[in-house]
Design a protein around this ligand. Sequence first.
Ligand code: SF4
Ligand code: SF4
Length: 159
Amino acid sequence: MKYLERGYLEKDELPSLPPAERIESKKPVVYIECPQPIPCSPCYESCRFDAIKMDNINDPPEVDYEKCTGCMACLRVCPGLAIFLVHIKDGKGYVTLQYEFLPWLEKGDKVRLYNRKGDHIGEGVITWALKPERNDRTQLVTVEVDKDLIFEVRAVRKG
Ligand code: SF4
Ligand code: SF4
């Protein structure tokens, strides 16, 4: 588990990618980056499409990409900010992720893009932002990015 010392995941520590035809289909698909055996299961419990497999509460979640509908239920409840939705539509890439900074983001905002390591890797535009409730500490947002970056962009910041 070198990622624990390093603090971020390298490519060879990530789960297999969803098939290209699923990423480019009508709906986005989930991609979960949670390899550590920890007692956590909100993602599994929230999925009513049986798309997340977890035999034991300590098992890392495994996604059945064909069953995933992109409903975002798991993304809303993950305490580890480890779940992303990815999509390619009309040649453009989209990543939906959790955002925990103020001010909250709005559709049309320009954002800086960061990878798992925290390196600045480009600029993007928010295309969807869930309006937070009064006590929310996490917002869901979708950012449009270069389609080749959907498995690289893992955080955004405004400006
Ligand atoms: S996005 Fe919805 S269908 Fe897909 S794994 Fe998450 S909860 Fe299940
Ligand atoms: S809810 Fe998030 S942190 Fe917990 S097991 Fe699922 S992906 Fe991992």
